[in-house]
Write a protein that binds this ligand. Structure first.
Ligand code: CA
Ligand code: CA
Length: 198
């Protein structure tokens, strides 16, 4: 509402004295409630609430089960070691150096408290590029780089945690950046987002 308003709780007594009603811990803050979006996703069924946005790379982030089509890059299963589970990845064949693709979260409500974003990443390949974790402040339209991982990290899944604090509503963005060759497939799995610092 753009007008001045009041919020009131109306308590109505029941039939007899066994009707006490209690309230506690009322909070009031700007923005939608904190449970508006979930960032958690294991990518086994779909992209959950994440959106794949093609940047300059030939392919956007997409789900995959088993290994990626090229040898010498990409995982051979998802982060649980399962060849039936899925992950999301950026395919880098038929592309050029420094080309990008974006995996974008739903909007997260502002909060004075921190959140912990955790995820697994797989960055195997001789010509591996970079994975950047960015938050975009939806009010100030400002982008902040929170984490960057660059180069060949071996043929294993790694766990990563990033603490996020924002007083404005925001989105989390994973930016994949292709390296100098096709051995640059970047994969992500098991994103979790919870209250508190990491
Ligand atoms: Ca998975
Ligand atoms: Ca490939």
């Amino acid at each position: 509402s753009e007008h001045v308003f009041e919020v009131s709780f109306e308590a109505i007594r029941g039939r007899n004295y066994k009707s006490d009603i209690a309230l506690d811990d009322i909070k009031f803050q700007d923005g939608p409630c904190d449970n508006s979006a979930s960032l958690d996703c294991d990518f086994d069924v779909d992209l959950c609430e994440w959106k794949s946005v093609r940047g300059t790379n030939r392919y956007p982030w997409r789900r995959r089960t088993g290994s990626t089509p090229s040898r010498g890059t990409g995982p051979s299963g998802d982060s649980t070691g399962s060849t039936s589970g899925s992950y999301v990845y950026m395919e880098t064949s038929y592309s050029r150096p420094r080309r990008t693709a974006y995996l974008v979260s739903p909007e997260v409500a502002p909060s004075s408290r921190s959140h912990c974003l955790s995820f697994f990443y797989h960055m195997y390949g001789k010509t591996m590029g970079s994975l950047n974790v960015i938050i975009v402040d939806k009010i100030k339209k400002r982008y902040s780089l929170l984490s960057t991982i660059t180069g060949n990290q071996g043929n294993v899944w790694h766990y990563k945690e990033v603490t996020i604090t924002s007083l404005n509503k925001y989105q989390v963005i994973f930016q994949g950046v292709r390296g100098n060759g096709y051995r640059s497939d970047i994969a992500i799995d098991d994103i979790e987002f919870r209250k508190g610092t990491c």
